[in-house]
Design a protein around this ligand. Structure first.
Ligand code: TYD
Length: 341
């Protein structure tokens, strides 16, 4: 294994994986393939962009010709697919892009990998395919019950990967990660959104009662989980990558305010997200059995992440302009107006 194409490698989790792999494996060439949508950001790759074992190709996984060109040009033997539309709220407002990237894109990437005789195909999926987990912990063999257009599109891609293993004997593995946080996280997701809004003394729109539960995993631990599955996962299998750190949204919000020394009056309970899953929770014994372990705990991980956003305004201020503000207006203007009177 020498030439690894990391699709979606300029996004949040993909870039953490790329930074890790470029530095840890100088004998591997890491080729980032990224469409550079609103969430792709070359700043995320600054720490590795001049490394001799790093290359970048701009392209869409749903574009056969560009995918084929990259696979051939770099003699790719391994694909790790992080490319996806990922934000649940955007999937409610405009679902087309989710089907296009997360289902059709995965299909075209699989077809291209099959033709090119790729030796190993790693697909990054999500705990959201299991749907709302009222109690207990999802295991990899649980049925899928996705509830948002985002989750349904990820379930579709996940199942296509399974089909290529069963039908064509392709060497595939799937990871299903829990809610991830850390540096370089696009500020539309709960933690970076609330940290950057609170820094500017702006309201924090908590959906509903804030008693929804998410399992928070540090991005470095998530990247380490994908690395472990790439190296040691059994073909045809899926592996949950969990933080084993269940938190109510409202508690995460309180922690952020406390770390920033900002007042609780910034919290605004706004009308809930449609179809909002109350709880995600996964068991990750299967991945642990491969030797994976986490290096971060939530207390220090969140504190360091908040510190990173404080110290790196250059990274996020330029994001919070243009299209971002349009999205903010669509998603939050009416919700905030409804509670501010
Ligand atoms: P998010 O970061 O969008 O991840 P996901 O929907 O994939 O879990 O949201 C995490 C939780 O935070 C989720 O329960 C929705 C909630 N949330 C809010 O209450 N307000 C917000 O403005 C956002 C973005 C999320």
């Amino acid at each position: 294994m020498k030439n690894i194409m990391v699709t979606g490698g300029a996004g949040f989790i993909g870039s953490a994986f790329v930074r890790r792999m470029v530095q840890k494996y100088p004998d591997f060439r890491i080729v980032v393939f990224d469409k550079m949508t609103y969430a792709g950001n070359l700043d995320n790759l600054l720490p590795v962009k001049d490394s001799s074992n790093f290359a970048f190709v701009q392209g869409d996984i749903a574009d056969r010709e560009v995918v084929r060109g990259a696979l051939e040009q770099y003699g790719i033997d391994t694909v790790v697919n992080f490319a996806a539309e990922t934000h649940v709220d955007r999937s409610i407002l405009s679902p087309d892009a989710f089907i296009f990237s997360n289902v059709v894109g995965v299909h075209i990437l699989l077809e291209s990998a099959l033709k090119h005789k790729i030796e190993r195909f790693v697909h990054v999926s999500t705990d959201e395919v299991y749907g709302d987990v009222e109690e207990g912990f999802s295991v990899e063999t649980d049925p899928f019950a996705p509830n948002s257009p985002y989750a349904a599109s990820k379930a579709g891609g996940d199942l296509m990967v399974r089909a290529y293993h069963i039908t064509h004997g392709m060497n595939t593995v799937v990871t299903r990660g829990s809610n991830t946080y850390g540096p370089y996280h696009y500020p539309e997701k709960l933690i970076p959104f609330f940290v950057t809004e609170a820094l500017d003394d702006r309201p924090l729109p908590v959906y509903g009662d804030g008693k929804q539960v998410r399992d928070w995993l540090h991005v470095e631990d998530h990247a380490g989980g994908v690395e472990t599955v790439l190296m040691k996962g059994v073909a045809g299998e899926a592996y949950n990558v969990a933080g084993e750190n269940l938190q109510y949204n409202i508690d995460v919000t309180h922690r952020i305010l406390k770390l920033l020394g900002k007042p609780e009056s910034l919290i605004k309970h706004v009308p809930d997200r449609e179809g909002h899953d109350r709880r995600y929770a996964m068991n990750c014994d299967k991945l642990r059995a491969l030797g994976w372990q986490r290096d971060y705990n939530f207390d220090s991980g969140l504190e360091a992440t908040v510190g990173w956003y404080k110290a790196n305004e250059w990274w996020w201020r330029k994001i919070k302009t243009g299209e971002y503000l349009e999205y903010y207006k669509q998603q939050y203007a009416a919700r905030l107006a409804a509670v501010q009177g």
